[in-house]
Design a protein around this ligand. Structure first.
Ligand code: 4AD
Ligand code: MG
Length: 431
């Protein structure tokens, strides 16, 4: 007896097969009963006619509760009115694992904290499956995009000495070496790898001990960071717009059904094609002032500012060349205006905010050292990074794309917490 997955059942019409899964819905008129079974690939409705099946099978049906795991056997029929276009005329039912009557998630509205406490069950819902599928597609698309362009994937360490971005560090004791810090970025290692291999990307979990309870911040998130030898800031932005457009296209092409489940309006996603809008930081500030924002030249842009900026456009927007003070120490001074650095933030449309931070890297040893000192960073931790400027320095650029922010935008999710299976937030370490 074959045990196909539910998404394979269409090829088995007219045959008797066994499927295994979890009971999601039960209904009975006393003589005829319906079981909806879910196996992660789809759902199938099983129909049981009391007079046509063995009494013990009917008995087992009456013992079913939601989320019982079962093996269900019967002939597969085409049935237009059924979800998936097929149905099963059940002849046998084996209970594999009973499910207590107090299954916490019920077909009613639950509060977000309740759902997050029961994330291990919440994942079983059609909506969460749709999000997981989009995330999976985006991850695969990321690898395909870079593989096709000859990038090497380089895995960078999670345990690091104190290096990275400005935001908070998680630390842990590390034998006789003092503290180790969870990586906020793979970039600095990525730069070393770019000098070795040319075009590389890293893809891994990154950590920020930021005390921000916003819908855009996780304490653990996944970041994709390409680093490219000989790319300048302009090349860097072209790579970003090609990359982001490719990811969106892949989700549109291969996750159409999931986007329907998520009730995502796909019209704005269809417009995500290169070139994207490019706004100089100074022009962005002027635009913000016209719209009544009090953000001053020199400030980094907040979430509200980002929403005001993208409101004028129906595509992602690059904001380029921020003031040095607003950004990280490693960004290259802008020769055209040394108050600024050669960098970009890519803002997603529809108010989703910054999904990419990128820059050309400072390749001048003295300038980089001066920046490390000005920022009062622990110089010793950066000796190897400075070495990259002493032994064959090179023009190079890269960026970091936040996976959860990208998935939240593509899926149209109001909050990042649903874009990852088990979110880590300031106040959430379980399940
Ligand atoms: O702008 P960020 O901090 O840039 C870097 O880490 C650079 N080292 C990247 C590089 O040039 N290689 O972070 C990059 C992106 C952000 O645009 C955002 O999408 C995401 O990472 N991100 C977060 N996502 C979720 N929760 C957080 N707390 C995030 N912080 C940044
Ligand atoms: Mg940033």
């Amino acid at each position: 007896m074959s045990t196909p997955r539910i998404d394979e059942l269409k090829q088995h019409v007219g045959r008797s097969v066994t499927v295994r899964g979890w009971v999601t819905h039960l209904r009975s008129s006393g003589k005829i009963a319906f079981v909806i079974l879910r196996d992660g690939t789809g759902q199938i409705q099983g129909v049981l006619a009391k007079t046509q099946i063995a009494p013990e099978v009917w008995e087992r049906f009456t013992a079913l509760t939601t989320e019982t795991s079962v093996a269900m056997t019967g002939e597969v029929h085409a049935e237009e009115r059924s979800p998936g276009g097929i149905e099963m005329a059940v002849t046998n039912l084996e209970i594999i694992g009973a499910s207590s009557l107090d299954y916490p998630i019920q077909p009613k509205e639950h509060g977000i904290d309740f759902l997050l406490d029961h994330r291990h069950f919440w994942l079983r819902s059609p909506r969460q499956r749709a999000i997981a599928r989009v995330r999976n597609e985006v991850e695969q698309a990321i690898h395909d995009f870079f593989y096709a362009r000859g990038f090497l994937r380089v895995d960078t360490p999670i345990l690091t000495a104190a290096i990275g971005e400005r935001s908070g560090l998680f630390s842990t004791e590390y034998f006789d070496e003092g503290n180790a810090y969870l990586a906020q970025t793979g970039q600095l290692y990525g730069e070393a790898a770019a000098a070795a291999f040319g075009r590389i990307y890293t893809f891994g979990p990154t950590f920020r001990a930021e005390k921000s309870k916003t819908r855009r911040h996780l304490t653990e998130f996944w970041m994709i960071e390409p680093e490219v030898a000989w790319n300048d800031s302009d090349d860097n932005m072209r790579l970003q717009e090609d990359f982001v457009s490719y990811l969106v296209r892949r989700a549109l092409d291969r996750c159409a059904d999931d986007l329907v489940v998520l009730e995502r309006d796909t019209a704005p996603l269809e417009r995500v094609v290169p070139p994207f809008v490019r706004l100089d930081y100074g022009d962005a500030i002027s635009l913000l002032h016209r719209k009544g924002s009090a953000t001053a030249w020199g400030d980094d842009l907040g979430a509200e500012d980002e929403s005001l900026i993208v409101a004028d456009y129906d595509k992602p927007v690059f904001v380029m060349n921020y003031p040095r003070e607003a950004k990280a120490f490693y960004m290259k001074e802008n020769p055209a205006d040394p108050r600024t650095v050669l960098c970009d933030d890519l803002l997603a449309p529809e108010g989703y905010g910054e999904i990419i931070g990128g820059s050309q890297r400072e390749d001048d040893y003295d300038r980089l050292l001066a920046r490390i000192r000005a920022e009062k960073l622990p110089e010793a931790a950066y000796d190897w990074y400075l070495d990259l400027r002493r032994y064959g320095t090179f023009v190079h650029s890269g960026f970091g794309l936040g996976l959860e922010r990208t998935v939240a935008w593509i899926c149209g999710l109001p909050h990042l917490r649903e874009a990852i299976a088990f979110p880590r937030l300031m106040n959430r370490l379980r399940p």
